[in-house]
Design a protein around this ligand. Structure first.
Ligand code: NAD
Length: 381
């Protein structure tokens, strides 16, 4: 059985779903590996290093899809890519089935099995396959680096012979996986870091990373995170008002805002309004990690970096993991490799697509000619 990885076709995408290291691990599971020529180039992996790792290099995408039984890739497939999944091929990639129904129907019609990496249940046992988390971690780190790159001053305070430099003040809004990574990066660079989340249970994590949790003066404490599987629910209007009031108060003194607030299946909540941007000092930077879903900042322009009239830079890029393609490819390829380990209990190079397994079941969106999305809720937590 052969696992093949094509070059990503999404414009600008630099990641690749198989690395020389992951290929070695896949071969230990009994699989042959193939890659489309040049697929790893933008992530720093040449055809030659794949060859050295025992990977067959095929010249075209067509040849790759023809030869491989299992296709591992990063982005959801294009229509053309789905059309190449004929027979009983298996595709493993991000898919976002809830927003890509026609694509899912097309994959089913081809008779393909599709494992959506974004559907891996977020339970402890599946953490090694949790590509959403591994990519969010990178995005959070990179957001701070990007902010620093657009900020004209140090993060850390310094006393130099030439004078005293105050530390930068960073506010991270939303302390999920990406937010916590941003907080850790910001504090390690020496900035005074504040963080806010609607889930009060993250306060301890925020504080253990050396940042300060921004508490609201609000009696009936927000949502019950446990009731929504650890995800946020929309805030009440009163809570939101308190939150905006607090942010308005902070805006003039904050140098860098990193926003990561998301609510499943909704547009991103707008939390950093135009007047807050206007209240910020010139030279301040906002990096909006929610840009893909409309942005947490009212002025964010998706996929662009803008500078406002009052000199605030707003970064709305949506490709942070791709901007660190070597790292993100290594982690993503490793997530895929762990998925293959679960699919290959006998290490015999044969897929056992066990629909009784919660993780495999949860991530499988088409199988044996059926749509299997959405999955039933997982049995174990
Ligand atoms: P996410 O990307 O959906 O959201 C990012 C953060 O934004 C969340 O922390 C959310 O609470 C916050 N948010 C939403 N609305 C907000 C608002 N109005 N103001 C401020 N913040 C707001 O979340 P995620 O990073 O994918 O993680 C969600 C949860 O899943 C977390 O509890 C995380 O610890 C948990 N998780 C568990 C596992 C696992 O057990 N395997 C893996 C990953 C994540």
């Amino acid at each position: 059985v052969k696992i093949g990885t094509p070059k990503e076709v999404f414009p600008g995408e630099a990641r690749v779903a198989m690395t020389p290291d992951s290929a070695l691990a896949l071969q230990k599971l009994g699989y042959d590996c193939a890659i489309e020529s040049g697929a790893g180039m933008a992530a720093g992996f040449s055809d030659a290093v794949y060859k050295d790792a025992g990977v067959e290099v095929l010249e075209t995408a067509e040849a790759l899809y023809e030869a491989a039984d299992i296709i591992a890739k990063v982005r959801p497939p294009s229509e053309e890519e789905v059309a190449r999944l004929s027979g009983d091929k298996t595709l493993i990639s991000f898919f976002y089935p809830a927003s890509n129904e026609p694509l899912m129907e097309a994959a089913k019609a081809q008779g393909a099995s599709v494992i959506a990496m974004d559907m891996v249940p977020r339970i402890s046992r599946a953490q090694k396959m949790d590509a959403l988390s591994s990519m969010a971690n990178i995005a959070g780190y990179r957001a701070v680096i990007e902010a620093g790159n657009n900020f004209g001053r140090f993060f850390t305070g310094q006393v130099t012979a030439a004078g005293k430099v105050p530390p930068a003040k960073v506010l991270v809004i939303g302390a999920g996986v990406a937010g916590l990574a941003a907080i850790g990066t910001s504090t390690s660079l020496g900035a005074i870091t504040y963080a806010f989340d609607v889930r009060p249970e993250v306060a301890e994590q925020i504080e253990s990373m050396g940042a300060e949790f921004v508490f609201l003066d609000f009696e009936e404490e927000s949502q019950d995170g446990a009731a929504t599987g650890g995800y946020a629910a929309p805030s009440s209007p009163e809570f939101r008002e308190k939150q905006l009031e607090k942010f308005r108060e902070l805006a003039p003194e904050i140098d860098i805002v990193i926003t990561t607030a998301l609510i499943p299946n909704r547009d991103a909540p707008v939390l950093w309004t135009k007047d807050m941007v206007e209240a910020m000092k010139p030279g301040s930077v906002i990096v909006d990690l929610a840009a893909e879903r409309g942005g947490n900042c009212e002025l964010t322009v998706k996929d662009e970096k803008i500078v406002t009239d009052n000199g605030v830079t707003i970064v709305g890029y949506t490709d942070f993991p791709s901007r660190m393609a070597t790292q993100s490819s290594s982690l993503y390829a490793s997530n895929i490799r762990h998925m293959m380990t679960d699919l290959t209990p006998e290490k015999d190079g044969k897929v056992n697509h066990n629909m009784e397994d919660d993780v495999i079941r949860g991530a499988t969106i088409t199988h044996a000619g059926e749509i299997t999305f959405p999955p039933p809720p997982p049995k174990v937590q």
